[in-house]
Design a protein around this ligand. Structure first.
Ligand SMILES: N[C@@H](CCC(=O)N[C@@H](CS)C(=O)NCC(=O)O)C(=O)O
Length: 243
């Protein structure tokens, strides 16, 4: 852990929350030496060919001497790598398995949202959104509530410590809170355990501070300008769009 604390981390991503949100949350909760490397949209056509798959985010890790030890893409791989670096992936194989199960539920619902709901347009969108809410979202909430109750209703999926399962669920719940019908699917009466997870994660000192930072507010603003206009009915006064 000491050597990890001496490393530095740079997250290369656009000035939106999107697929950088969970990694930024992990890095700020871990309170390590990290920075955002913000990719401007204007320079992206020139920079894109220099990335492994023409996509962001990319994480770069340097040791205490500033020597690069890793640089790699893929948001979920980055999130798992960081969670393991900082002790958010359990302390034994059993905990890691339980965290992976909860994480899989959240990754699934998030990807259905991104690849089905966000990508659907026009009259089809209303139907896709309804089916997402009725099946994927309901299933996610019910499954999470069950796991969280089984763990003692303490605001954590596994044991008594914050894990990647908690952080990812908090980030994803934040996004879904902006849905027009969020009260029907995510209200206090329906998702009390998930709401507890989000409250705990959001109150973690490093993350609470990051959420108030100018960087985070800029991500909100860019999201409001560039992403929300093509998502009908999404309310950013209730949520941050982490997609
Ligand atoms: N599988 C990749 C997908 C990354 C991705 O789609 N990134 C988008 C932003 S969220 C991107 O870089 N878009 C720029 C482009 O398509 O040129 C991951 O999970 O990291």
């Amino acid at each position: 852990m000491t050597t990890k604390k001496n490393s530095s981390y740079e997250l290369h991503y656009f000035p939106i929350h999107g697929r950088g949100a969970t990694s930024r949350a992990i890095l700020s909760i871990a309170k390590v030496n990290w920075k955002d490397r913000i990719q401007s949209f204007e320079a992206w056509p020139q920079d894109k060919p220099n990335t492994p798959f023409g996509l962001l985010p990319i994480l770069t890790v340097r040791d205490s001497q500033g020597k690069m030890t890793h640089t790699f893409p893929e948001a979920e791989v980055i999130e798992s790598f960081l969670a393991k670096e900082f002790g958010f992936f359990g302390s034994n194989a059993e905990e890691e398995l339980e965290i992976s199960i909860a994480l899989s539920l959240t990754t699934m619902v998030y990807n259905v949202w991104v690849f089905h709901v966000l990508h659907s347009l026009g009259p089809v969108r209303e139907q896709v959104l309804r089916s997402f809410q009725e099946f994927s979202l309901k299933h996610w909430v019910q499954s999470c509530e069950k796991l969280l109750k089984a763990n003692g209703s303490n605001g954590h999926f596994v044991g008594e410590r914050t894990s990647l399962a908690d952080i990812k669920a908090a980030v994803v719940l934040d996004t879904f809170s902006g849905l027009k019908d969020s009260a029907m699917y995510l209200g206090e009466d329906i998702a009390p355990e998930l709401r507890k997870v989000k409250q705990l994660v959001d109150k973690t000192p490093g993350y609470e501070a990051y959420r108030k930072s100018s960087a985070f507010q800029e991500q909100d603003e860019t999201t409001r300008q560039r992403v929300v206009p093509w998502i009908e009915g999404f309310d950013m006064t209730r949520a941050h769009l982490f997609a």
